[in-house]
Design a protein around this ligand. Structure first.
Ligand SMILES: [Mn+2]
Length: 361
């Protein structure tokens, strides 16, 4: 068994970020919700618009050249682009809630999936939560005063509606079925894996909008509607942990056996719904050793990333210090349990066992 440890959730990238990842000795990175039209991405990708892009900041697809440039830029530094998670919200707002442009957005999403496949990027993370991730505090003091986020359901229930109308479970499943049945055949043809993240927090409803990907049953339904080997999940240890009890261990074993786990978000959590706070990976209620044991006993052969991390002293908004701690912990945990760690191509440790940078599903 070989588990790759990668670093997660870059919203933008600099040359220093790439050096940081190389210093950590990770296999690669994931990028989260990149807007390749934004100035920071234009600078990173060396994009030039001599006459100005006609639809600047309004595109609803990712361009093939941006994707291939991003992948090559990372690979020339010995890092894989393990996955891209989430398209910008403006690509999918009407897919999620059924606006008049829903069909057009689905067509554009299919185009993005085709471009990902052509660019050699094999995994696209997605979610189906119209009002996204909720926390009632983003700066609660955690261990040693580190900044962590927290959630309290009673408080969250007092929030005003996020949409102009209520959106219930049955309506959401209708939108979901329309989306996934049209996108999955395209993903199969393009050789792209679609990886579904659970609704965080996993509660039935927030802000007048129901949440459907918050349980084993929700995922079973999603995979019954979208039944394809190219359809699986981002197993978010934090979010499953927030469901409390043994659910996380049962779900991980079950979905590994069913070949639905494409990669893991690996963090810990203190508490569970109705109240929880995030924490460092070496504290909290999830038994992270048991998680790795379940991966081992199911011969998991893929990557894990850090996910959200506490804000440490002198940290950056992205959390370089917090992420260095989580990543080092994960590498030690996995190696200490006897699993092989796959090193990035080109590093000293990888010599003699290089592997393809272009795994296809
Ligand atoms: Mn997550």
């Amino acid at each position: 068994m070989s588990i790759r440890v990668a670093v997660g959730q870059f919203k933008e990238l600099t040359a220093d970020d790439i050096s940081f990842c190389r210093q950590l000795g990770v296999s690669g990175i994931t990028v989260n919700r990149p807007d390749f039209d934004a100035p920071s991405w234009r600078a990173f990708l060396n994009k030039h618009y001599p006459y100005g892009p006609a639809d600047f900041n309004q595109s609803e697809t990712w361009d093939f050249m941006d994707l291939v440039n991003l992948r090559l830029r990372l690979e020339e530094n010995g890092l894989r682009l393990e996955a891209i998670e989430n398209v910008p919200y403006r690509f999918i707002d009407q897919i999620l809630t059924g606006g008049p442009q829903q069909d057009r957005q689905i067509d554009n999403y299919c185009e993005t999936v085709r471009n990902l496949g052509r660019a050699g990027i094999g995994t696209l993370g997605y979610h189906f939560a119209p009002n996204l991730v909720w926390r009632t505090s983003t700066s609660r003091p955690g261990r040693g005063g580190a900044g962590v986020s927290a959630f309290d359901l009673e408080q969250a229930r007092q929030a005003p509606p996020t949409h102009k109308r209520m959106i219930d479970e049955s309506e959401l499943w209708g939108h979901y079925a329309k989306f996934i049945t049209r996108v999955l055949p395209v993903a199969e043809e393009a050789g792209v894996l679609l990886s579904l993240h659970p609704d965080d927090p996993p509660v039935p409803t927030l802000g007048g909008v129901d949440r459907i990907m918050n349980s084993i049953a929700g995922y079973e339904k999603a995979f019954a509607i979208g039944n394809s080997p190219n359809h699986g999940m981002t197993f978010c240890v934090g979010t499953w942990g927030q469901m409390g009890g043994e659910i996380i261990y049962d779900a991980l074993g079950k979905f590994l056996r069913e070949k639905r786990v494409f990669y893991l978000h690996f963090r810990n959590i203190d508490g569970a719904v109705p109240t929880f706070s995030e924490c460092f990976i070496d504290e909290g209620d999830v038994d992270v050793t048991r998680i790795v044991q379940i991966l081992q006993s199911n011969s998991y052969d893929g990557f894990v990333i850090d996910d959200h991390v506490p804000q440490m002293v002198h940290d950056t908004p992205w959390g370089h210090r917090g992420r260095a701690f989580s990543t080092g912990f994960l590498k030690g945990l996995i190696r200490g349990m006897g699993a092989d760690i796959a090193y990035p191509v080109g590093s000293v440790a990888s010599s003699g066992r290089q592997e393809s940078l272009h795994p296809r599903p």
